[in-house]
Design a protein. Structure first.
Length: 277
């Protein structure tokens, strides 16, 4: 191995990569990094307004990005996106399933007991995280099956290893995402091509719109008791920054991980390794 070979291992120049939830905090960071490393990127999100900021951040490389308003829960919308991407770039090398999240109404608290969580809010969380991962895998996975190659990267969570308090549907849904990652890895390798790989990352705690006011006080910005508890259970003593994900994402999308499929990689500052004692 020399530096030239090492660089080739991580080279994604010219790969076409789809990022759902691509205008979100983590998806947006991943999309910008992939374009910066030479990939063509399709940014899919139901709300495309924040894409202008991402395109500005990419500079001239934004020529290699397209933004498509897409609902990951609607197969027709996903197929329309796939058709547009194939028309522009000719193939689809990878899919990052970045759309996901929790719903405030599916979170227990002083005013919301588990027994009263509304079915609609619970269903919303399962739909977004589970179906919102499976349906894009059906549409873009079919293209990969035709090509006999491709890479899927799902986004799981610490909740998948051991559930966190207060978010029952989100925890169960992310456990489902990890389980589905293993299932699809086996299925696509055995039934279609061993050159189609499926993995996931499990981010630790990143401050984003969805969790900001669970973890920090809206008025003072101080850590809430839950935020404090997370930091004290994170050996690296900090929240993640979106760019902390990029190294693991590049590894799992590039030839560097050619013999890796069906795994869930924690990117968590040590949270999942720490017993708390
Ligand atoms: N932040 C963390 O600490 C953390 C930790 C572990 C795992 N994760 C996971 O990482 C992923 C990204 O999270 P994030 O923190 O970056 O959240 P985010 O900023 O809310 O990004 C999620 C994106 O998905 C979009 N989306 C929601 N429903 C959609 C649909 N039906 N079709 C298409 N797009 C849809 C959202 O649009 P709207 O803004 O319109 O809702 C948003 O742009 C999620 O799967 C999340 O569960 C996050």
């Amino acid at each position: 191995m020399n530096l030239e070979e090492l660089t080739r291992l991580y080279d994604i120049t010219g790969h076409t990569i789809v990022v759902t939830g691509g205008t979100g905090i983590l998806g947006g960071e991943i999309a910008c990094a992939l374009v910066g490393c030479g990939a063509n990127v399709a940014i899919l999100d139901r709300n495309t307004d924040p894409a202008a900021g991402l395109m500005a951040r990419m500079g001239p490389a934004a020529d290699r990005a397209i933004v498509i308003a897409t609902d990951v829960l609607d197969p027709a919308s996903l197929q329309h996106a796939a058709d547009q991407i194939l028309e522009k770039f000719g193939r689809i090398d990878a899919l990052v399933n970045g759309a996901g999240g929790n719903h405030p109404k599916s979170t227990t608290g002083p005013k919301a007991s588990f027994f009263d969580l509304p079915p609609d809010a619970l269903r919303w969380v399962f739909d977004l995280n589970i179906l919102g991962t499976i349906l894009p895998c059906q549409v873009f996975g079919r293209v990969m099956a035709r090509q006999q190659s491709g890479t899927v990267l799902n986004i799981s969570s610490m909740n998948a290893f051991r559930p966190l308090t207060r978010v029952p549907a989100y925890s169960a849904a992310k456990a489902g995402v990890s389980n589905f990652t293993q299932w699809l890895a086996v299925h696509l390798a055995q039934e279609y091509s061993p050159r189609i790989r499926v993995n996931a990352i499990a981010p630790g705690f990143f401050l984003t719109q969805q969790n900001r006011f669970l973890l920090t006080d809206e008025k003072t910005g101080d850590l809430t008791p839950r935020g404090q508890s997370i930091i004290s259970h994170t050996p690296m003593s900090r929240f993640g920054q979106p760019e902390d994900l990029v190294g693991a994402v590049l590894w799992l999308l590039s030839p560097a991980s050619a013999f890796v499929t069906g795994i869930v990689v924690p990117v968590d500052g040590g949270f999942s390794a720490f017993s708390g004692v």
